[in-house]
Design a protein around this ligand. Structure first.
Ligand SMILES: Nc1ncnc2c1ncn2[C@@H]1O[C@H](COP(=O)(O)OP(=O)(O)OP(=O)(O)O)[C@@H](O)[C@H]1O
Ligand SMILES: [Mg+2]
Length: 335
């Protein structure tokens, strides 16, 4: 990405322009080639749903639905529940790692937390020592067969609504259903009052599972990998959110961006942070999640890094992030 292209990206996302005279970034070096090739044209409003990898089932165009009435008692109870989608259509940026470890950190702070595995890969489910290949009932049954979500919740380090291999067929099955974008929102009505935080781990695509997460969410947290920062990917994500706001959930938006796999010794990482902060300002959490093998080791043991290495820096980073996201929300509510 050259400087001009970077300007296009910024114009599209309608965020603060890069200040004149700011250091010319080596963004070309840190935007990954694969994505640059995949998205060679400026991102149009309707391209947003077409960025899923070729293996993903594409969501049909969004359709407008009449708003549904929800029982007043449920609404009153659910008001304080934060439903946060962890999303980035780019793979391997630490969505699952962040969902689990922020969730467990919030749990440590005394909050009631539900984690929801919406990814057919089932990594979140696996990271709590469960095998998605042998799970009988999962989020697939919740989304497609309207099984109550309470029936697929396992009580682990935090409560976890599990994924199974079936979930790979959910987008296709949902695509034929009326109200396909609201299936998760409806399923969560049963349990929202029982939790302070519901964290949704989404797959690396902007297909129907991720759209369901955006429709059910009160906010979106976007993990971005410092090693391969993709501004264009963030624009696509924002375009999809704009469509969801227009048609399905007027209140949803990016509430924070978390820089992951940060390595302060490399120029790449430092420049990635600089670019993010210039473009997204206060949306970028101050907490940086550093690169360390601890995050890969913990799930192999079926645990969060907070349980695996409770006093280590890796665990502390996610505790700090959890405190920051609680404080950011409190500041916003008090404003
Ligand atoms: N801060 C970190 N430092 C080093 N490795 C990390 C870090 N965070 C996550 N990882 C590792 O990077 C890999 C990808 O992380 P993770 O599965 O959380 O990403 P993801 O965005 O959920 O991926 P996908 O898009 O496939 O769902 C995993 O092996 C994980 O253990
Ligand atoms: Mg994942």
């Amino acid at each position: 990405m050259d400087r001009g292209e970077r300007g296009v990206v910024m114009g599209l996302i309608r965020l603060r322009p890069r200040p004149a005279g700011a250091s010319s970034a080596t963004a070309a070096e840190i935007v990954d080639d694969a994505e640059r090739i995949a998205v060679s044209e400026p991102v149009g409003e309707h391209e947003a749903l077409h960025v899923a990898p070729a293996t993903d089932v594409q969501a049909p165009p969004l359709v407008e639905e009449a708003p549904e009435r929800t029982a007043p008692a449920v609404v009153a109870e659910a008001v304080s529940t934060r439903v946060i989608a962890l999303a980035n259509q780019k793979g391997g940026v630490a969505k699952t790692t962040t969902t689990l470890n922020v969730g467990v950190a919030l749990r440590e702070m005394g909050h009631r937390v539900l984690l929801v595995d919406l990814d057919p890969q089932g990594n979140l489910t696996m990271s709590q020592g469960l095998n998605p290949d042998v799970i009988e009932r999962s989020m697939f049954d919740v989304l497609v067969h309207k099984v109550p979500i309470s029936e697929v919740i396992e009580h682990r380090e935090a409560d976890l609504a599990v994924a199974s291999i079936d979930l790979a067929g959910a987008e296709l099955a949902l695509s034929a259903m009326i109200g396909r974008e609201r299936s998760l929102e409806k399923a969560l009505v049963e349990v929202r009052g029982s939790y302070d935080y519901v964290l949704l781990d989404t797959p690396p695509s902007l297909g129907l599972l991720t759209i369901n997460a955006f429709v059910a969410a009160t906010g979106v947290i976007v993990p971005v990998q410092c090693e391969y920062l993709s501004l264009r990917g963030l624009v696509q994500l924002e375009n999809t959110l704009a469509m969801v706001r227009e048609n399905l959930n007027p209140n949803v938006g990016v509430e924070g961006i978390v820089a992951t796999m940060f390595d302060g010794r490399t120029l790449h990482s430092r420049e990635a942070i600089e670019i993010l902060e210039e473009n997204f300002g206060k949306l970028v959490y101050r907490t940086r999640i550093r690169k360390t093998v601890r995050y890969a080791e913990a799930p192999v043991k079926g645990s969060s890094v907070l349980k695996y290495d409770p006093t280590g820096a890796a665990a502390e980073a996610y505790r700090e992030l959890a405190r920051e996201l609680v404080a950011a929300k409190e500041a916003e509510d008090g404003a």
